[in-house]
Design a protein around this ligand. Structure first.
Ligand SMILES: [Zn+2]
Ligand SMILES: [Zn+2]
Length: 241
């Protein structure tokens, strides 16, 4: 009996459940185990986007200036950032499990979201090289994989540009940023990145990839380390902000 038929019989007896709403859901791995309703309900950022952090602009005065209230007094070392979703609800939960609970299979959902976003807004056409925000080797051993590296490989497949995994390195194992205020975050992260083989990024347009942008401090610090080697442009892309 063909495999597809056997699978549909098994699904009839033991229906797959959506990881968002727990209702029976026949979307298998191709859709990332999430039902169509839950997938559509993930809140995406929509234009106009903040020209710095990529979040959706809401207030008229911000739409006119092109900059969101959070970014008004901030300078980043990257040219601009893009982010697909609002960091809340189901996507926040999925990213957390992907990062800390070994739920690597959720990457299909993330890939679908990235693909849609990149195609809809026709962005990243000038990128030459994709670089993930690295983990420190000690943290990498604990976690077994770098979630940003998985996402960067995904983006590399989508935009058909190479990913460079060993150019940007983390030379200091920093504390988690979650419970730190903004000033402590800057101190915590300062000087934690270094660049190897800088010649490879000279005159290149680089896309930095991370799972989440909150204050933008980590991505800006990573971009700052790369900037010293004279790339022509550094942008950033995250799944949520
Ligand atoms: Zn659902
Ligand atoms: Zn902003």
């Amino acid at each position: 009996m063909p495999k597809a038929i056997i699978e549909s019989i098994i699904n009839l007896i033991y229906p797959l459940l959506c990881i968002g709403c727990n209702r029976p859901n026949n979307n298998g791995e191709s859709k990332g185990y999430i039902c169509n309703d839950c997938y559509s309900n993930i809140k995406r950022h929509t234009p106009p986007f903040c020209l710095k952090c990529g979040r959706a602009l809401i207030e008229i005065k911000n739409i006119q200036s092109g900059i969101c209230p959070t970014c008004l007094n901030r300078q980043y070392n990257f040219h601009r950032a893009w982010s697909v979703c609002n960091y809340e609800g189901l996507i926040k939960e999925l990213i957390h499990r992907f990062k800390y609970n070994q739920k690597i299979q959720y990457k299909t959902i993330f890939k679908n979201l990235f693909e849609e976003f990149i195609a809809t807004f026709n962005i990243l056409r000038d990128v030459d090289l994709v670089i993930p925000v690295p983990l420190h080797p000690v943290r990498l051993r604990e976690r077994e994989y770098n979630q940003s590296q998985i996402l960067a490989c995904m983006i590399s497949e989508i935009i058909k540009k190479p990913v460079a995994e060993d150019i940007l390195v983390r030379i200091r194992n920093t504390k988690s940023q979650i419970d730190l205020d903004e000033k402590s975050r800057i101190n915590n992260i300062s000087g934690c990145f270094a660049v190897k083989d800088g010649i490879k990024i000279q005159s290149k347009s680089i896309l930095l990839v991370d799972d989440v942008l909150t204050t933008g401090i980590t991505l800006s610090e990573a971009a700052g380390a790369l900037k010293e080697l004279n790339p022509c442009k550094i942008s950033a892309l995250t799944l949520a902000s």
